[in-house]
Design a protein around this ligand. Structure first.
Ligand code: TRP
Length: 371
């Protein structure tokens, strides 16, 4: 039996995404739900079309409500434990698309408190520094500042605290332990933290005092938090937040998730052109041992981290993606060809991103809310 672990703090092994749906008790985003989204938005983002966002809780209900005139807002977040890598962008890219299509408000939580509590060697000061660093990457993606509030937990705690308390009162130690696999050696801040991550899911309802739903785009590892949030919502008579879950951006070293703890397995937005080149050339591909063999038998795109980069981010056009896939399979494309092409695409993207990131330094005040 294959072993894998997916919790908000650890993702490891060969992930079975179907098993996660089963174990977490979520639902697949199926064809009829995709059609429903398309009906409301006019088209489907490739992250939805390609089932990279593949699972949900109550998205169908939220969309039905929306059609009946009940509004919703978006809520997502980032734990600032280091620089941002390309994998982090996936949920944020879909979040921006949803914001644009539905013209809705977005709350963006930066959990410097969480990363301080869960990372042994990270100081609170460094977590805050990363928070400010990461916010530039978020702003660079182009969220509408009139409809986006970004906040850092340690600077916004007054606004979150009352709701967090109400949530905390209905979460027992044994519930939290079971949900996250904590044992008695965990610090007491860690045990409380899920209440802080729950607060933004209710804050708009508290502010408006009228029915408003909350949609949380996130990677599926965050689901255990929000399962608790949803359970507590019932007790507190808040609307239950709805979720859409993404898979993880695959690692360059052939493991499942692009992990910050493994330096060569992922590309940071801060990597320069040479470093990108180096990492891509080291990447695990679906290629054969020799050129001759590859020409004869073709490569195996589904096992190729380079192809996954196209699939997840760098080739949004389905026809062009299929062309790459076919040319690989019939031996026309060699791994070196793909690598050189991908290096160009990534570096082009990062160059643009860094420009926008520089500009973001002057825009922070338009987005950031503090107590
Ligand atoms: N815990 C998340 C992380 O480690 C950060 C986060 C806070 C978040 N609120 C969220 C992520 C809501 C997704 C949705 O990255």
């Amino acid at each position: 039996m294959e072993e894998f672990v997916v919790t908000p703090w650890e993702v490891r092994g060969k992930i079975n995404y179907d098993k996660l749906v089963k174990n977490f008790g979520t639902k697949y985003i199926d064809e009829s739900l995709l059609q429903k989204i398309k009906k409301l938005t006019g088209d489907l983002h490739f992250l939805l079309r390609r089932k990279i966002f593949y699972s949900h809780r109550d998205l169908d209900k939220l969309l039905n409500d929306y059609e009946r005139g009940i509004p919703f807002y978006l809520y997502t977040g980032r734990g600032p434990s280091g620089h941002v890598h390309l994998g982090h962008l996936i949920p944020w890219i879909l979040t921006k698309w949803l914001q644009d299509r539905f013209n809705v408000k977005l709350l963006f939580q930066i959990t410097d408190d969480e990363k301080f509590l869960f990372k042994k060697t990270l100081s609170l000061e460094d977590a805050l520094n990363y928070a400010y660093d990461n916010i530039l990457d978020i702003i660079a993606l182009g969220f509408d500042h009139r409809k986006t509030e970004i906040f850092i937990d340690t600077e916004y705690i007054k606004s979150l605290y009352k709701i967090a308390l109400k949530v905390a009162k209905h979460l027992t130690y044994s519930t939290v332990k079971a949900a996250f696999g904590f044992d008695s050696s965990y610090n007491i801040g860690a045990i409380f933290f899920t209440a802080i991550q729950s607060a933004p899911a209710f804050i708009e309802y508290e502010r408006n005092k009228r029915l408003i739903n909350c949609l949380i785009p996130c990677a599926i590892d965050q689901d255990p938090h929000f399962r608790l949030t949803r359970d507590v919502a019932k007790v507190l008579k808040y609307p239950k937040p709805c979720l859409i879950h993404s898979k993880f951006f695959p690692s360059l070293s052939g493991l499942d998730k692009m992990s910050s703890s493994e330096e060569v397995s992922c590309i940071y937005v801060t990597d320069d052109e040479e470093l990108v080149r180096k990492k891509i050339w080291k990447a695990v591909t679906g290629g054969r041992g020799t050129v001759k063999e590859q020409r004869e038998k073709g490569g195996i795109p589904k096992n190729c981290s380079i192809f996954m980069y196209y699939y997840y981010l760098f080739e949004p056009d389905d026809n062009k993606l299929r062309e790459i896939e076919n040319k690989c399979k019939n031996g026309e494309l060699l791994c070196g060809d793909c690598k050189e092409d991908l290096i160009l695409r990534i570096n082009k993207f990062l160059k643009e991103h860094r420009k926008k990131r520089e500009k973001a330094k002057d825009l922070i005040d338009k987005y950031l809310v503090r107590d």
